[in-house]
Design a protein around this ligand. Sequence first.
Ligand code: HEC
Ligand code: HEC
Ligand code: HEC
Ligand code: HEC
Length: 467
Amino acid sequence: MSVKKVVKLASVLCWLSLGSMASVLQAAELSPAAKAQAERDAALKVKFPTQYKSWLATSEQTEREDMLASYPAAIILWAGSSFAKEYHSPRGHHFAVADVTHTLRTGVPPKAGDKGLSASCWTCKTPDAPRLMNELGVEGYSAKNFTDLGAEVNSVVYCTDCHVDGKAQLALPRPHAQDAMAKVHLPFDKQDTNMKGAQVCGQCHVTYYFQPERSNKVNIPWIFGNSVDDIEKYYDTRRFYEWIHPVSQTPILKARHPEFEHWSRSQHAEAGVTCITCHMPETTDEQGKTFTSHKVSKALDHFETVCQGCHESEKSITNTLENNKTSINAKARNVEDLLIKAHYEAGAAWEAGATWSVMNDAIMAIRHSQWRWDFAMASHGLYAHNPQEGNELLDIALKQVVYARTSLVEILKKFDIKTVNYPDYSTKAAAHAAMSIELDKLTEAKKQFIKQGVDKHWSEVSRHGYE
Ligand code: HEC
Ligand code: HEC
Ligand code: HEC
Ligand code: HEC
């Protein structure tokens, strides 16, 4: 062996030992859960390379829309809740942990001894949520503060969120989803693979609330069924509300991404076309072998390969989608404009001395109208998933808000109130000012927390896209 070769070999060995030393050092810092996850990840990457690689590719889907800038009326309607501070459209799964960490909605840690936002906010971002539920009990987990568990979160929407660990077999690890599917007579274990596929998405793409009498655990309100009326009945019989609107004193209901609900009643569902068909289509690797693309992304990116398999005319489908979108958007803008007026008219009536006995009908109509508007507004892709229902929701919401305002006109007349001052919500800044939401202050406090807490003590997934 030449001297040159020996030196080269020695330096390679040196690199190798340095490399393994570094990983040993790193491993020593990891918690047992993080270490187990790192080992699982390394094994799955080797065992299922195409699925793994495509799963990783959701990290490329960086784009999202600032919904409060696009639809500033929402700031007025959600005033009194953290939704009014920040709300973005969804983007790639890889951002789920970092986005929930950085949003103003989840704020900063509470003062020592105070109860903050529930750890339940982690439930639909990470497989560490079901792991922690197993370790702490469901209510032990949800009783923690959101920021208490940040350092426990090692991974983002992951194989084990949808599969039995290490297998292709589908799984539903979240207890709230198991319960909910049983409530609508679709117990997970009894379904075929097609429905199971939609149900794994439905663990997270579904409306929910934090159950206050059960330590804020996540609950899916489907006891009577999962239509907008069934869920409303559930909340009304419990006299439940998320917050009291600061202007009108309305006890507000909030919908959250009811994609599963809307899809489940669609023509596509009836024809056996699921979330997987459109968002995770079959594709081929370099060797021509087929596999399921795990780059869960926009359905219209696969128009040729997916939609055109069943719909011949691209033009007619694109037109239909555009028309649906235009119609739903126009109705939503009209309803929100009237809802804002109703909130302020109710506010004026309270100020003039109105009592609950005269206000009850109007307030309940505002509650029910805003619930329907929200059930449409919060459902991403509604115009594609179930445009009929989208239109119906807003048609009824319109009737309800008109009813509320008709009744408020009478009440205001009795108090001889001739003018009501409505807020300026022409831009996000104007709407925030109208609601006294100080974005600069909130942003600065969040920045400090990220710098001192998250960047120092939380795992890399909580910073994805922010470094
Ligand atoms: C959001 C849910 C979800 C996540 C996350 C997920 N999968 Fe899947 N996976 C599915 C669905 C749905 C199918 C299709 C099931 C069917 O139709 O048989 C599937 C199919 C598979 C299959 C069967 C072969 C194929 O390509 O259809 C394998 C293997 C697999 N996934 C591995 C993985 C691995 C490895 C990860 C993590 C890197 C992962 N999955 C993450 C939902 C998921
Ligand atoms: C563990 C919870 C979870 C599961 C399971 C899950 N999602 Fe998601 N999904 C999310 C979250 C959270 C986001 C938003 C991430 C963000 O914006 O940071 C998201 C975003 C998306 C997006 C937007 C992507 C983009 O680039 O605009 C689509 C589409 C989507 N999911 C579809 C699905 C489908 C289809 C399934 C089932 C195969 C599924 N999701 C399963 C939590 C989940
Ligand atoms: C017939 C095909 C089809 C089915 C079935 C379907 N979707 Fe979609 N979905 C779309 C289209 C089209 C859009 C509009 C934007 C896009 O993805 O191209 C969309 C939008 C979305 C979005 C918003 C994406 C964004 O970035 O704004 C989410 C989230 C989503 N779908 C989840 C689901 C879930 C979960 C299911 C099953 C319960 C489902 N979809 C079923 C076609 C479908
Ligand atoms: C497996 C077959 C299948 C796939 C794939 C499929 N669809 Fe459909 N689609 C149907 C069926 C069945 C209906 C209901 C009957 C009809 O209108 O043809 C339907 C209806 C529709 C309608 C309503 C048609 C109308 O004129 O009112 C739209 C819009 C639509 N699909 C869009 C899409 C888009 C976008 C995709 C791809 C993301 C897609 N579909 C993928 C089968 C499919």
